[in-house]
Design a protein around this ligand. Structure first.
Ligand code: ADP
Ligand code: DAR
Length: 330
């Protein structure tokens, strides 16, 4: 676990005396890893100030995960793709089942999900729902609060890869599930190509997705939506770490661009994880993090989110998918 690798007794003593702007303590930052020793990272931020208040720990975790040093400056390039690359980046290979690109965002001046109060979460949910219900991304959509959805409706949307489940044990320990399901919900358009998760692991997971491998099309839909939402809701960010999320793996672009891809041969070999690692890609199962593959379908996505621009994330996925398909054919 990255946090225990870097947290010696002296640093623990120093950081234990500190509090974030919202009173988040070191014990709160570490609780998920303390209760789940098999965590990869083991730490969550309760608000934007945590990344400065506990920077002696977070900066080492960030460097180990993203390869990003404290003297670096993140650079944002959430720009339209060059016209000549759109066609190239839309892949037509039938083995690419679907494409999903999401960014995590927290709203400035609100505590993050690990520490936000029940009242503030409800206030934030109402504020976000009002803005989303006025949004048009390809088409109008609607916000649905989890509290008003039946279990079967939630189960169906989750099985179809649209909706999130209640946080796993890592998020439970981090405090992200408090008062569940109150204040959580999902916005989506009729076609479900544009969705927004509200008050899951972060205040917002803004998602563009569709069947097939049209990476450029999915990216452009997301880019325009994030621009529109960001004009109404100021996001928590700083120049060094970019967009600030609860988990230090989701900083900078806070973007995860993924394909569900069918790799019957590579998937059966021990090589898939190593090949993906060499391509700076991560492998997940078909229901996301901590899930299994099914019917030889894998969730392949960019690993790095910080110290890389949005355009470079897309190109990393595109190049990586091309290499995986060539390897599969070889
Ligand atoms: P996140 O991507 O928000 O970090 P997860 O990895 O848990 O969260 O994935 C969330 C959901 O998105 C899961 O149901 C997963 O199946 C779905 N998903 C991820 N990538 C794709 C994709 N390329 N196509 C379809 N569904 C996807
Ligand atoms: N299991 C936690 C999660 C790390 C990355 N995934 C997130 N943020 N959903 C860990 O510390 O390994």
């Amino acid at each position: 676990m990255l946090t225990t690798r870097f947290l010696n007794d002296q640093l623990r003593e120093t950081l234990s005396k500190r509090r974030s702007e919202n009173g988040f303590e070191l014990a709160d930052v570490l609780r998920s890893g303390t209760e789940n020793p098999d965590s990869n990272i083991g730490a969550y931020a309760g608000d934007a100030s945590c990344y400065e208040v506990f920077s002696e720990l977070f900066d080492q975790v960030i460097e180990a995960y993203h390869g990003y040093t404290p003297d670096q400056q993140h650079y944002e390039q959430f720009e339209p793709l060059a016209a000549d690359s759109v066609g190239k980046l839309n892949l037509a290979d039938p083995r690419i089942i679907s494409t999903r690109i999401r960014v995590g965002r927290n709203i400035k001046d609100y505590p993050f999900p690990p520490s936000i109060s029940h009242a503030s979460r409800l206030t934030l949910e109402a504020k976000i729902a009002t803005i989303l219900n006025q949004l048009t991304v390809d088409q109008k959509g609607r916000y649905y609060s989890l509290s008003q959805m039946s279990d079967s409706e939630q189960r169906e949307l989750t099985e179809q890869h649209y909706l999130f489940k209640k946080g796993d044990r890592f998020l439970e320990s981090a405090g992200v599930n408090r008062d569940w399901p109150s204040g959580r919900g999902i916005f989506y358009t009729a076609e479900k190509k544009f969705l927004v998760w509200v008050n899951e692991e972060d205040h917002l997971r803004i998602i563009s997705m569709q069947q097939g491998g049209a990476i450029a099309t999915v990216y452009e839909r997301l880019r325009q939506a994030v621009l529109t939402i960001g004009a109404e809701l100021p996001f928590a960010r700083n120049n060094r770490l970019g967009y600030l999320c609860s988990c230090p793996t989701n900083l900078g672009t806070a973007m995860r661009a993924s394909v569900h891809i069918k790799l019957p041969r590579l998937g059966q070999s021990e090589e898939l994880a190593n090949i993906c690692k060499s391509l700076n890609l991560s492998v997940r199962g078909i229901h996301g993090e901590h899930s299994e593959s099914k019917d030889d379908i894998w969730d392949i996505s960019n690993t790095q989110r910080l110290g890389i621009s949005e355009i470079e994330v897309i190109k990393t996925l595109f190049q990586g998918v091309k290499s995986l398909l060539q390897e599969e054919d070889r």
